[in-house]
Structure formats: C-alpha cells, structure tokens
Ligand binder design. Structure first.
Ligand code: ING
Length: 309
C-alpha cells in the first residue's frame, strides 16, 4: 500500500508586533482550510508563527518580553486551531515561543495529529548573540531569549511515516538531519524566519535564498528524507525576511514551492516510499557509514587547525 502524503506548506507573510494572537490564528486557520480543500494530510506553519520575530529587539522589560511566549499549548487563543485541525482531519506543525511551568524558554515546534501533540522539538542551534549590539541595524537575540533545546532531535511514527522536526538555523547544520537520518526519518518539517541581511556578514546577503535551498536540498538527499521548509517572510517590522518556502523530495529535488512573500499555501504529493530507494542504495547507512572515523564530530565543538609543519 503506497504511503502517499499530500503535504502543504503554509508560508506566513509579516506579523506585526502588536498583532493579536487571535487575529494570527485566524490567518493560520484560513490557510489550514485552504490546505484541507486541496486534500492535504499535513500543513506546516513557520517558526514562531504566533507572533512577530521578537528577537530582533532588545527588551529590558521582562513583562514585555514574556508577552511573546506561550504558557500553555493549546491555550484559549490557539485552541481553535486544534479544533479546526480535528474537524478537517488535517495534521499540522506549529512553531512558537514556549515558556515552561518552571520558567524555561524555548524556540519550540510541535506536530499535532488528530488534535494531540504527538511530537515536540526545542531548537538546538540558536544563532545570533546574547547581549545588545547597537551597531546592528536590528538585533538577533535568540541566544538571550531562548535556552538550547533539551529534547535532542526526536523522530516519531505519525501519519504512517517517520516524522521529525527542526527550526530555522538548525537547517544549516548537517548534524541536525543526520541524527534524524539515523532514526530512519522520512519527513522533516522546518519553519524559519531568516532576515535577508545578516549584519555580521553583509556580503552573504545576495546568497540568502541560495543558501536556504542548498542546505535543505542537501539535508534531504544525504539522509533520504523529505524536507518541508516554510518561511515567515516579507518586510516584518521593517526587516525583510526571505521566502524560499519549499518541499523537497529525498532525491534533493524541490517538488513544491511558494512564489510570494505573503500568506501562501503550496502543496506537494509526498510518496514516503521514495525514501527507500536511497536508504537501500547510496545512503544505506549500515552498509556504508564508518562511525569509528567520525569521532571529532561529537568530541569537538570548534575547529582546531593543523600544527605548522
Ligand atoms: N534565523 C536565521 C537562520 O539561520 C541567520 C539566522 C540569518 C543565519 C541570516 C544566516 C543568515 O536562518 C533564525 N531564526 O535562525
């Protein structure tokens, strides 16, 4: 029996700083309905999909900062999204800022199937900086506002396949995909907020969309998995964030893509059994990988250059 998932990406245009959650949830529900109308089994929303990308500002006032986090999931504002997904029988991935009961803060993503959270992930690779850096046109304070994720990179059986999650900067690191590849993942959903301009390296800006596609196509192919990358994009509070939302097959080919910088639903037919032809040949990990040669990958964080000869 073929395991074919119709997958939708629900790219988000800008969310204003003062946009109320219930208004954002209505945008999400509208896209969830559009996805379901096209027969989608799963719809993927971006990273931090309930609020503006608030790490772009330095906030000294704790109360102001904590307004951007969710204390419960679902909450009264997000419950309608869970109910609609149950009514439409469509699963969804949602990124949001999580404040735990014991006060920890994470950049979190969840997979919800039949109204239940079946997978939770907390972002491991936090880009940016921890202190206010006024020289920047805008801040990127994820290292200040979030703790490093403490759940690893879990993969679960859901929707008839092996599902995994990652968040934004995670997609740039091959380890993210490989740890899930070693759990036989077949589809990884990755939401992101990526400013076009990167203040520490402006010369990279023109390559932003290229790097976005490059890392996700590589991750998909090298781990024989589908990758669904979905942006929050457009000019959000004065900062241009790239689009480039797309669905990538285990072949590394992009098989569905958004073409605007606004709220946009796009789809692809994902035959999960396509993963097998790569998992059984070129990326048959058991047959070809040599972990005994890879020790540095977990033993060392930063690069150490060779001795001068
Ligand atoms: N954003 C960016 C990302 O990794 C970034 C950070 C911006 C990296 C520009 C490189 C260039 O896509 C988040 N939220 O991780």
């Amino acid at each position: 029996m073929a395991r074919i998932l119709t997958v939708a990406g629900a790219q988000l245009g800008p969310i204003a700083r003062d946009e109320p959650r219930h208004a954002v949830v209505q945008r999400l529900i509208a896209m969830m309905r559009a996805a379901a109308d096209h027969g989608a089994d799963l719809v993927v929303f971006p990273e931090l999909a309930l609020t503006t990308f608030f790490p772009r500002w330095m906030m000294e006032d704790e109360a102001e900062l904590l307004r951007f986090y969710e204390r419960e999931m679902p909450s009264p504002e997000t419950q309608p999204l869970f109910e609609e997904s149950l009514r439409l029988n469509i699963a969804f991935v949602l990124g949001y800022a999580e404040l735990t009961a014991d006060g920890q803060r994470f950049n979190t993503a969840i997979l919800v199937e039949r109204g239940k959270i079946v997978l939770k992930y907390r972002k491991v690779h936090l880009p940016g900086h921890g202190e206010h850096e006024p020289w920047r046109a805008f801040q990127h304070l994820e290292k200040r506002y979030f703790a490093v994720g403490d759940l690893g990179f879990p993969v679960v059986r859901a929707l008839g396949g092996n599902m995994g999650l990652a968040v934004c900067n995670d997609r740039r690191w091959p380890e993210t995909y490989r740890v899930m590849g070693l759990q036989d993942v077949e589809l990884i959903a990755i939401g992101y907020n990526t400013p076009l301009h990167n203040p520490p390296a402006p010369v990279h800006d023109a390559l932003g969309l290229h790097h976005n596609t490059l890392v996700m196509q590589a991750g998909a192919y090298q781990n024989a998995t589908f990758v669904v990358g979905v942006a929050k994009c457009g000019v959000e509070e004065g900062v241009m964030q790239i689009g480039g939302s797309q669905i990538i097959a285990p072949s590394g080919e992009t098989i569905g893509a958004a073409t605007t910088l606004e709220d946009e639903v796009f789809l692809a037919r994902c035959d999960l059994d396509l993963c097998g032809s790569y998992k059984r040949s070129v990326f048959n990990f058991a047959a070809h990988r040599r972990p005994e040669a890879y020790g540095l990958i977990t033993a060392r964080a930063g690069a150490v250059p060779p001795e001068e000869s």
